[in-house]
Write a protein that binds this ligand. Structure first.
Ligand code: AHR
Length: 556
């Protein structure tokens, strides 16, 4: 194994040392200019994998805890800066990261939600019990337990218009009839003045249709969404989607899919769906998939509560444990893709990973009482970068992904309370990775010494470097994660089939693996950008310990 570069050496010598740069033909590991490198990355310009769907960088907002009320929505008359009731700072940040799509209103909440409660005059909307009320603590404000419906379809569309994101609505399959799904589509998409529902929409200030393309047909239908077997769900899916009103965009319907490795759900669903003939496949745009990294017990338990770890207090083994749990998503994507191919040989149906992220035990809420809120650290930034790289590497399989959840929740990009706001390390990763959107994903080979560590007196290992690359015209984006908690990697990079003329490197790291941002210290962890000099035979960079890096290389 090559030597590692100690964290303190890296800190002494600065964030990213650009060595000589060139990149034409493939250069062997011991190429001139890379003699001290312990790692290597080969970007293969001639091996495109497909276009990275911008929607891989999607988000999720549920009526849960502080996500909607206080997070996204502060109200028109709030002293907090807002745009028609939507938190202004959130809108500004989401524009910066080119937020492509937002899923709403759940999650589990979706299957208890009557969309009609959230439309019409705000002061006439009914007050209901929120799906999550059982889980709320005493510290939770009233508006978490009882849904005021002050924020509904129109307000969500306003939020989407302000941020530039497309809406992705999850329909209620558990507790509303199929007719109500049709009516919600009609409310959103029927042309101005055409139907009574279009008139109700117009009365609320939106005569023109919202033209919602993405619709989820239930959520987690194996659990909170109805406790169905995959066969039962397939029957419901057929019934709910047999006829939907068609106006505007062709609807892209997302079937409620499996949790993590459950390929029996995927197979059961398609088998039953196809009992009515092969053309049934045409009604499915995507199969949803959820994967949370929650079990940090190192194999001691599979209990949902006992297995969870702390968001802020963790040791290096916990760090690697979280990354191992997250890395599973790659095999999960591949496994479901193979299973889907048994029924859909042309692979017309894509995977929609519409909930992903780490899930810790309660205790790190930025605002006490905010259900499922946790404070993301550098560990979650590395986790998120690693996950986005997985999606980038499988552009033909993953058409959309939605990080759970946007604000004041699990793997949030932002934390907010009243007039306080901060961008989390996860938010910074989304900003760095936005450059991959719509790029051509390129096959990229990472060679680096593995991480070796002691996992409860047993030797364990994890990959040394991983990432993804994409090209858009003359710009190449290469994102790389170094998961090692204490060793930097000196890495030579060859761009095979091209020539680099200039570049820059942006790195998110800290000497403290627990680093995170708070309302009091919102800039404790921020990425740093440096210019790279382009000359010579090979590009060599230092990738700090516990880091996420993005190299933007301009090709000649
Ligand atoms: O994101 C929180 C919850 O996790 C969602 O409501 C549900 O779909 C999942 O179990």
């Amino acid at each position: 194994m090559n030597r590692g570069i100690r964290r303190r050496e890296f800190l002494r010598h600065g964030a990213l040392a650009a060595g000589a740069m060139a990149c034409g033909a493939y250069l062997p590991h011991a190429a001139v200019g890379a003699a001290s490198a312990d790692s290597r990355i080969d970007v293969l310009l001639d091996e495109p994998l497909g276009t990275i769907s911008p929607n891989i960088y999607g988000h999720f907002t549920e009526h849960l805890g502080g996500v909607i009320y206080d997070g996204l929505w502060v109200g028109e008359n709030s002293p907090v800066a807002n745009l028609q009731g939507v938190r202004k700072r959130l809108v500004e940040e989401m524009r910066k990261i080119k937020a492509p799509v937002v899923r709403y209103p759940g999650g589990c909440f979706a299957d208890s939600y009557d969309w009609r409660d959230g439309v019409g005059p705000a002061d006439k909307r009914p007050r209901r019990t929120n799906f999550w009320n059982d889980a709320d603590t005493k510290a939770a404000p009233e508006n978490h337990k009882y849904e005021s419906n002050r924020f509904g379809t129109n307000e969500f569309m306003r939020f989407c218009r302000l941020t530039g994101a497309q809406p992705y609505l999850a329909a209620n399959l558990r507790s509303l009839p199929a007719e109500e799904f049709c009516h919600w589509v009609e409310y959103c998409n029927s042309p101005a003045g055409s139907t009574s529902l279009a008139e109700i929409r117009a009365a609320a200030g939106s005569p023109e249709p919202f033209n919602v393309r993405f619709w989820g047909v239930g959520n987690e239908s194996w659990g909170c969404g109805g406790n169905f077997t995959p066969q039962e769900y397939a029957v419901e899916f057929r019934r709910f989607t047999t006829w939907l009103p068609h106006y505007g965009p062709e609807l892209s319907l997302v079937a409620s899919g499996p949790y993590s490795e459950e390929t029996s759900w995927t197979r059961g669903f398609f088998e039953e769906l196809l009992r009515k003939g092969a053309d049934q496949l045409r009604s499915v745009y995507g199969l949803s998939l959820h994967h949370y990294a929650w079990n940090l017990s190192r194999g001691r338990t599979t209990d949902w509560d006992k297995g969870k770890g702390s968001a802020l207090e963790f040791d290096p083994v916990d760090w690697y444990e979280l990354l191992r749990e997250g890395q599973r998503v790659e095999a999960i994507v591949e496994g479901h893709w193979r299973a889907m191919g048994e029924y859909d040989e042309q692979h017309r149906i894509k995977l929609i990973v519409d909930e992903w992220g780490p899930w810790y035990r309660p205790g790190s809420e930025a605002t006490p009482g905010n259900l499922l809120e946790q404070i993301p650290t550098l560990r979650d930034a590395v986790f998120s970068a690693m996950t986005l790289d997985v999606f980038n590497r499988h552009p033909e399989k993953v058409a959309m992904a939605n990080c759970a959840q946007l604000i004041n929740c699990l793997n949030s990009l932002y934390l907010a309370h009243e007039d306080k706001f901060c961008v989390t390390p996860v938010g910074h990763v989304f900003a760095m990775y936005a450059a991959h959107q719509s790029g051509q994903s390129l096959r990229t080979v990472f060679s680096a010494p593995q991480v070796h560590y002691d996992r409860d007196a047993k030797p364990a290992s994890f990959w040394g470097l991983q990432g993804s690359a994409s090209r858009d015209g003359k710009e190449l984006q290469l994102t790389v994660v170094n998961p090692h908690v204490s060793e930097a990697r000196e890495c030579s990079i060859a761009v095979r089939g091209g020539r680099v003329v200039s570049g820059s490197a942006t790195t998110l790291t800290s000497s403290d693996i627990h680093a995170h941002n708070t309302f009091a210290e919102p800039a404790a962890l921020e990425p740093q950008t440096k210019k790279l000099e382009a000359s010579g035979a090979e590009l060599t960079v230092v990738l700090p310990a516990a880091s996420v890096s993005k190299l933007t290389l301009v090709l000649g």
